[in-house]
Write a protein that binds this ligand. Sequence first.
Ligand SMILES: Nc1ncnc2c1ncn2[C@@H]1O[C@H](COP(=O)(O)OP(=O)(O)O)[C@@H](O)[C@H]1O
Ligand SMILES: N[C@@H](CCC(=O)OP(=O)(O)O)C(=O)O
Length: 370
Amino acid sequence: MSQTIVVKIGTSSVTQPETGSLAIATIATLAETLTELRSNGMRVILVSSGATGVGCERLHLKERPRTIALNQAVAAVGQGRLIRIYDDLFSTLRQPIAQVLLTRQELIQRNSYVNIYNTFQSLLDLEVIPIVNENDTVAVEELNFGDNDTMSALVASLVEADYLFLLTDVDRLYSADPRNDPEAEPIKKVVTRKELEELQANAGKSGSQWGTGGMVTKLEAARIATGAGVKTVITHGRRPQEIHQILSGASIGTQFEAQPRGENARKRWIAYSLVPVGELYLDHGAVKAIRDRGKSLLPAGITHVEGDFQAGEAVTLCDSEGKEIARGLTNYSSAEIRQIQGHKSEKIPLILGYTSAETVIHRDDMVSVL
Ligand SMILES: Nc1ncnc2c1ncn2[C@@H]1O[C@H](COP(=O)(O)OP(=O)(O)O)[C@@H](O)[C@H]1O
Ligand SMILES: N[C@@H](CCC(=O)OP(=O)(O)O)C(=O)O
């Protein structure tokens, strides 16, 4: 079976830091590298940022737009220009590409998530390189990604990629932001979940002027991707050709080992793509049953409900101290759960006048925190 690789390139790499104009040499080398990988039989997806940055340059704006409407308008200007450059370069190399614009909303909806999966498979079977970006022009504020790091990890999980490359404007992750701290130590390898969580706890929040995420979102992307069995590498975007050496085992960038791809695809969708809209607080017995024995959640173990949600939406399950232990899709709305919490399942028809399910969350619809 051929390998699948997802390469994400940030605004800081597709544009010139001084002028904001397109970094043509970088994009050309990236196109050559990805075309070579494709010709070697790999399935390749490119996630490219830059719509807003390129739109700003086209419209002579000196900084990123501060209002949503302006950002959406500027991204619409830049995206066309960006894809045109990619199409020109890849066409010269006789490599067909496709533009795929996604929103978080579509990755939350199970049916559109499955549709996106099928579309990617068809494009990859056709030996096309899909070029993905967030559909900034229609994304709503409460549910946008903002940066493409998280989205590229969800795409890598969706297609069960072997590798995710996060190309940025530093050569790897450091113990602190190297722009501000000359003593920052390079980090070459991250092997365990615990090491990754410690890095996440220490990560600074600053990014470059045009990028949005900084290292915080790259570490979150690494958590999602490695949890889905995808090896993840943070490396310099100005040298895309190094992807070849990394695939041959060279120690370049920061390399995160993949965890075993344990959960099935639907459970990964619940764990990473959904955005929980409420919280259920559980008593000690329910926490133990779920965490240690993988049981379903019954109304008897619920002590408190936060938020307003409908049946079928995603919620977080918390212990009595508010620590998340799992998340899942609820069979009842928040209003119904407030009535049945603390009661045995056989009381549900007496209280509500009907029963939708014995469980509030069935174990098939639940994942423990990864
Ligand atoms: N611990 C760190 N190690 C490396 N870079 C860091 C770290 N913390 C913050 N950064 C900053 O993150 C920036 C890259 O993030 P960002 O600008 O969002 O890039 P991109 O546009 O590629 O997504 C770097 O220029 C660097 O200044
Ligand atoms: N979708 C947006 C991504 C914004 C952005 O700057 O992202 P990144 O450079 O990946 O931190 C765009 O194309 O402008």
